[in-house]
Design a protein around this ligand. Sequence first.
Ligand code: GUN
Ligand code: ZN
Length: 473
Amino acid sequence: MPDRFEILHKDLSGRIGRLSTPHGTIETPLLMPVVNPHIQIIPAPKLAEMGSEMIITNSYIIHQDEGLRERALELGLHDLLGFHGPIMTDSGAFQLSVYGDIDVKPLEILDFQNAIQSDICVPLDIPTPPDVERERAEAELRLTEARLEEAAVRPRGSLLAGPIQGSTYPDLRKRAAAFLRGLDFDLYPVGGVVPLMEAYRFRDLVDVVVAAKKGLGSGKPVHLFGAGHPMIFALAAAMGCDLFDSAAYALYARQGRYLSARGTWRLDEMSWLPCSCPVCQGHSAKELIESPEKAKLLAAHNLYVSLQEMRLVKQCIREGSLWDLLESRCRSHPRMLDGLMRLAREGDWLESLDGSSKSTFFYLGPESASRPEVIRAGRRVERISLQGRVLVTDDPKADASGFEHVLYFKPPFGPYPQELSETKPFNAETPEMADAASMEQALENTRRLVAANPSATFSFRLRHMPEDMDMGA
Ligand code: GUN
Ligand code: ZN
């Protein structure tokens, strides 16, 4: 079968992609609103009008309700819900993780998903929670893998997902991903992460997702199960997650909570509505608080801002400015910053995947010193070959007489050939005063240059000379 997933543009580990399904091709990254077949707070046709290209629903809930089951088998899922784009179905694995038990066999629920013409079917995996004993994580992973092996050889009318489990053990996640990759699924969800996101454990989330991505390789589409808060879309997309599902828009609305890309408000405590979606255009905060339709309206707002954030993430990937968005989104909450700092430690990995940089580099904080462009500059600095006297300076007016070579110095990159100062990434916009992380990275790159050129002698003329500068020059 030809590859169903095509990557069009890349930034960091994120990408704009296309995934083909029996009910049409979608563009990723993409958010699928979760539709509860019993209570549709926003009916599925309205979700399409609001801009949802694809939705996800729970086949287990349909299967367990006789009326719904019969209608789904007779009409198919798309007519049942009134949605004619692609529909993904989950297997009830999440119910298993919440209630400890479910009343259906793995192959039975998989065959049911096929029978109702789901576009992406999910076998019944076992969502192992975070922090369990390793033995349990391994045992449950073995069971998940056995079920997935069985599912993978079943005749496929549509796409099949292979969920990656392994609790909070990055090595298990990586191994599971590498194993599943060999079974040739069409989509790879990272599962069992809802408790991490609910507890704001974004550092652990980064560890788990990055480990799974490393095991999987970059060419496969990835779904982050249960990721519906717009606050994390930029971070998740930067790690290479392509599909997201949001029950959050409805769940938060029922609890009177108003989503934004910077976090969550209690609607009751709001005096203004900082959004221009149709709901917020049409209501004052007071009107919304007092509306008898409050939950429905709030769900609509929550979905509008979520879809909007996803479009922003896509635009940033397209222009190569996803890191800039990350830096601002991750400064909305200290736990998000923990996640960003963890991702920044994966600079080498990001550098190996990142397309060549497109938009002008903005230095926006210490994490910018770990951006792929900086790591790449550090690697390239060793290829600069120098003999004789070398001046390294941050002053374009410096007197260069008596030097064979002049290199410019700009934190966080360090030294670079003068003639590159108008090209990427050295045309970066950086603050007047470099912070410690930026200067440290620049000095590290300088040390590499010096070490690579033992026969040259280096002189430094820096307007902002760091105190501990010792290059042995
Ligand atoms: N929904 C949220 N988390 C999970 C998971 O780990 N597996 C499945 N199948 N669905 C989920
Ligand atoms: Zn709004």
